[in-house]
Design a protein around this ligand. Structure first.
Ligand code: FAD
Length: 507
């Protein structure tokens, strides 16, 4: 009686109860597949990092005595799709039972669900034992009401007893220290050295290329810094807590052309492939606060990202799927400019953020939201094309977390169900939070001249274009009052915006 247990590439959780006992009747199957490399054009580092972590995970299981059947991307018997491989493996192992962990992406969940119904053997789907919430918890919490991160986050703090006292009140007296977390970074304190272990994945990269997988971005195959296994991910967590977490809150929204990482954790890849659990990451930050190694604002700011945002967007994803990827509330249809794939634009903020994304498969939250996403929304870029770009480019991009962030939070494509107002800004925000404007070919103070920062005209044009949809939003009343005062300048501003959109490729 052999049971086949499927492990997907983002299910590398070795604390899962599946692995508590070694059982010779169980075969774990893992597979590198074109189905998974090709559903969107991926950054090379993402394909390499996921396959490298999968291979290391398989070795780890074998070392603990488990049976593992691993299909490499170049294996002759690899059919390159989930169902073909599974059917062949069922026959090979004479499997009498099939078990799998619930996929985090609707696409795979649906595929496995439909596939399972065709099988003549018993099938069981189990939890990944990773997240702090079940898929439907956030939807149950909000019911018919409006989705608001802050409400959900406070509930999660109390439910999971994180930074609350015995009576459920917030430690430090406040739930949220966001207002203290908005400083620009001027070089002090210095960015700590990057202590991540780098791996030579040249051989793996050659296998990927030989299999015909198309990718983009810098592969960095000879010195890839993404963790391969849990031990490395834990070392990255310890290094972050010791050296960056103390400043995380203060500079959370800061951007700098020479300091790409600043005080961010870079733990999203390890979290999303489940090398780390959210609970242990939160506990490490809370322990550092309890020991007096970090202040409450830094600790709370970081905890909010994982206990709050990460669980919140996942709950949102499951409440809106399927069909969410087609949402386009503003009807935006402008194609993605070619420079999204090269970073070759004279706008320094975009040049810097895009190049960083293409070189490192990573950009931090404010670059994703307030530079790249901001520009795309103001310029009326097709949100679906943008979603595919984000899904492909970032090392941590899996649809359950990428899609709500891109379509909902960043592009307002769901008409404001996730974000209470569009996250857009003119050059003022960029200038306040970064050093980009000082190095830019465009002038941040100008609006409608040929050398004016494109964000300025596009910003006011956006609010003018979408007045019918947005003017009644109470959070946007001050913006519309300002726009009304600008009426004499608007013809020139709108002409400049139209010209910018027409010449998008040349910016
Ligand atoms: P840190 O700044 O150190 O934050 C710590 C952790 O908090 C992250 O590792 C992440 O797990 C979590 N977190 C923070 N913000 C969010 C958020 N908004 N949603 C979910 N988790 C969050 N994150 C992804 O993991 N995958 C994505 O594909 C992704 N796409 C995004 C697309 C857009 C348009 C935007 C605005 C944000 C996106 N994010 C995504 C959220 C966030 O930008 C990344 O989690 C973060 O930049 C990862 O880097 P880090 O580990 O250094 O994060």
């Amino acid at each position: 009686m052999t049971t086949l247990r499927l492990l997907l590439g983002d299910q590398l959780h070795d604390g899962h109860s599946w692995f508590a006992d070694v059982d010779d009747r169980v075969v774990y199957v893992m597979m590198e597949m074109r189905q998974e490399t090709d559903y969107v054009l991926h950054h090379a580092q993402k394909v390499i990092a996921v396959f490298a972590a999968m291979r290391a995970f398989a070795d780890r299981l074998r070392a603990r005595g488990h049976r593992v059947h691993y299909l490499r991307i170049g294996d002759r018997r690899n059919t390159q799709d989930l169902e073909g491989n599974l059917r062949a493996l069922f026959a090979f192992h004479l499997a009498r039972r099939f078990e799998y962990q619930a996929p985090d992406e609707w696409r795979l969940d649906d595929q496995l669900d439909r596939f399972a119904r065709t099988l003549p053997i018993p099938v069981q789907r189990v939890d990944t034992e990773h997240f702090l919430c079940a898929r439907e918890d956030a939807q149950t919490f909000f019911g018919e009401g409006r989705w608001l991160l802050e409400r959900f986050y406070r509930w999660m703090r109390q439910r999971h007893r994180v930074l609350v006292d015995a009576r459920g009140r917030p430690v430090g007296g406040r739930w949220n220290y966001d207002e203290e977390n908005r400083s620009a970074w001027k070089g002090v304190p210095p960015e700590p050295p990057d202590a991540r272990v780098r791996h030579d994945h040249t051989a793996l990269w050659q296998e990927i290329r030989a299999a015909g997988v198309r990718t983009f971005g810098e592969p960095c195959a000879a010195r890839l810094p993404w963790p391969r296994d849990r031990d490395e991910a834990l070392a990255d967590l310890r290094d972050f807590v010791a050296n960056r977490l103390p400043f995380f809150g203060t500079f959370q929204d800061a951007m700098h052309g020479d300091a790409t990482r600043l005080f961010h954790s870079l733990l999203s890849f390890a979290l999303n492939v489940k090398l780390l659990s959210p609970r242990e990451v939160i506990d490490a930050a809370v322990q550092a606060f309890a020991d007096g190694r970090v202040g409450i604002a830094a600790c709370e700011g970081f905890v909010r990202q994982i206990l709050g945002w990460r669980e919140y967007v996942r709950g949102y994803y499951w409440s809106v799927m399927p069909g969410y990827a087609d949402r386009n509330a503003f009807g935006h249809a402008t194609p993605l400019p070619a420079w999204f794939w090269t970073g070759d634009t004279r706008m320094q903020c975009l040049r810097s953020s895009l190049r960083q994304s293409l070189d490192h498969a990573h950009a931090h939250h404010i670059q994703r939201l307030m530079v790249i996403g901001n520009f795309a929304l103001l310029a009326g870029i097709d949100p679906h094309a943008l979603h595919q770009w984000y899904l492909g480019v970032y090392i941590d991009a899996f649809e359950w977390v990428e899609l709500p962030n891109t379509l909902g939070l960043s592009q307002y494509a769901d008409g404001g169900r996730l974000a209470s107002k569009p996250y857009v800004s003119s050059s003022g925000y960029m200038h306040r939070m970064s050093d980009y404007c000082g190095r830019c070919a465009y002038d941040r103070r100008k609006h409608s001249t040929a050398d004016a920062c494109p964000f300025n005209a596009l910003y006011w044009d956006f609010f003018a274009r979408h007045r019918a949809a947005l003017a009644a939003n109470p959070r946007l009343r001050p913006t519309y009052r300002q726009l009304d005062h600008k009426q004499p300048d608007m013809p020139a501003i709108r002409a400049r915006a139209a010209d910018l959109v027409a010449r998008l490729e040349d910016l």
